[in-house]
Design a protein around this ligand. Structure first.
Ligand code: SF4
Ligand code: SF4
Length: 476
């Protein structure tokens, strides 16, 4: 039992700064490429131009928040087509399940924005302050001229990256060149400045200072992913049956009875999470592969086989310990679970593509006015009213003709229009009131309900769509 006089145990441990060392190797090279591609896409996409007609910015990727629309090159998603966004989110989720069940936290280690931006911030840090040892020395020394100068330069560069990150984000929501000019001239909307400020500061804080703390404490993904991994999932592990007992290797010495690990600490020193993979798999490991590069380099130097640290599944570990050959990588990647995820992922993708090609350029929504259900005009004509919402999804102004077909000889009139034509500007929605009338004593006038079909046709093309509804008569 704890003595009442005992000091209370703190539940908080202060962050130990991590100074990852530079490393070269296959995984590091792959991470550089992924960083270049993902950041390139993020920063440059808003600047890709695309002809969108007279009423919209000529931007290839645009989120039109005011009208709740999304433009992606040739694809336009309107508010009533939100199922496309839902489908893409489902695909993203299934993709994460697929990659996690096949190769563990590959998303965390290679493509997560937190990893990519932290990598970029560490690159800048190393460029300004030097590699691991120089940075540790600078961290420990007092605030002299050198430290103030280097910290000021590093933080300025970090802030500029944060500013570019926040700036790029808001460019997705409006015409990028116009907004850039407005931002410089100080005439942009205050929300644009506020969003940029928030994103600049969060990028600065998350990439510069919080780093691995976000992955360990703030992100729920490490906990969720455990449910998606099994004994066949590839992940990064240390072959302790080969490496232990570890021991330092001194020049000219033959290490009798010693494992392959020479305790050089290279795997620990390069780790951006500050962990020692030799202690077993840990929640903090983002499987970035840098410890593999570091250890392979050491193994090359001492003339031992590579992959003392490497990707392996739990089943491989059992086999290797028993002196058996591990299964091939592909047998871990292609198995029932991953094939199932792939089929589901492809199914949703194919469904979205088919829906995309089948949809019409004209979108029509018909709302019958049912209060009252019909009116009787002075000459005995029975009139029903309908509100038609027309969406012109093409990039040019269009004229649509509206007509009705029915076996009961109904007549259609448009409110405010002598002919049955409606002009809808490009990328706009227009509501048109429509009257359908039955002559006195006609079948539709005396019937309770008569089925009818409203047609909307583009006068400039062959495109036309219809909507089925009913006409309410007097019901005698
Ligand atoms: S232990 Fe290795 S794979 Fe895991 S985070 Fe550290 S360097 Fe990356
Ligand atoms: S890099 Fe390899 S040899 Fe060096 S300490 Fe890590 S596991 Fe041992």
């Amino acid at each position: 039992m704890t003595s009442p006089d005992a000091e209370p145990t703190s539940l908080y441990t202060a962050r130990e700064p991590i100074f990852p060392r530079r490393v070269k190797g296959a995984f590091r090279t792959m991470k550089w490429w992924i960083m270049a591609v993902t950041l390139g896409i993020y920063y440059l996409t808003p600047w890709i131009r695309w002809d969108r007609g007279p009423n919209l910015p000529d931007q290839a990727v645009l989120v039109d928040l005011a009208n709740r629309r999304f433009f992606f090159f040739t694809i336009e998603i309107w508010p009533h087509e939100f199922y496309f966004v839902a489908g893409l989110l489902i695909m993203a989720g299934l993709g994460l399940f697929l990659f996690t069940s096949a190769a563990g936290r590959v998303w965390c280690g290679y493509a997560c924005p937190q990893t990519v931006w932290t990598d970029l911030y560490i690159l800048v840090e190393r460029w300004v302050e030097g590699d691991r040892n120089a940075r540790i020395r600078l961290h420990r020394q007092g605030w002299d001229g050198e430290k103030i100068r280097k910290r000021a330069l590093k933080w300025t560069l970090w802030l500029l990256i944060g500013l570019a990150t926040g700036g790029a984000w808001i460019f997705y929501f409006t015409d990028a060149p116009t907004l850039a000019a407005d931002l410089v001239q100080g005439t942009a909307h205050p929300v644009a400045y506020l969003t940029m400020l928030i994103l600049t500061l969060t990028t600065f804080a998350f990439g510069g200072f919080a780093r691995e703390q976000i992955c360990i404490y703030a992100c729920p993904w490490p906990r969720i992913q455990a449910a998606m991994m099994d004994e066949d999932t590839l992940t990064i592990a240390y072959r302790d049956w080969r490496g232990e007992p570890r021991g330092k290797l001194h020049q000219g010495e033959v290490a009798e009875g010693q494992g392959d690990c020479i305790d050089c600490m290279a795997c620990v020193n390069v780790c951006p999470m500050g962990i020692d993979i030799r202690n077993g798999q840990q929640l903090a490991c983002i499987t970035c592969g840098l410890c593999i590069d570091a250890c392979n380099d050491t193994m090359d130097r001492i003339g031992k086989p590579r992959d003392l640290i490497g990707y392996m599944a739990l089943t491989d570990e059992v086999r290797e310990r028993a002196g058996q050959t591990p299964k091939s990588v592909w047998s871990h990647v292609f198995r029932l679970r991953t094939v199932l995820y792939t089929v589901l992922w492809a199914g949703v993708g194919i469904g979205l593509v088919v829906a995309l090609f089948l949809r019409s350029e004209i979108d029509v929504n018909v709302s019958p006015v049912r209060n009252p259900t019909f009116v009787t005009l002075s000459d005995g004509t029975i009139r029903n009213t309908y509100d038609i919402r027309l969406r012109n999804k093409s990039g040019s102004d269009e004229t649509y003709s509206i007509s009705v077909t029915s076996e009961a000889g109904l007549v259609l009139r448009l409110e405010g229009s002598a002919d049955a034509l409606v002009r809808v500007p490009a990328n706009e929605t227009l509501q048109q009131r429509v009257y359908v009338e039955a002559a006195p004593g006609s079948a539709a006038a005396v019937a309770d309900r008569t089925e009818l079909r409203l047609w909307v046709a583009d006068t400039g093309s062959t495109a036309r769509v219809h909507h089925d509804t009913v006409f309410n008569g007097k019901g005698q």
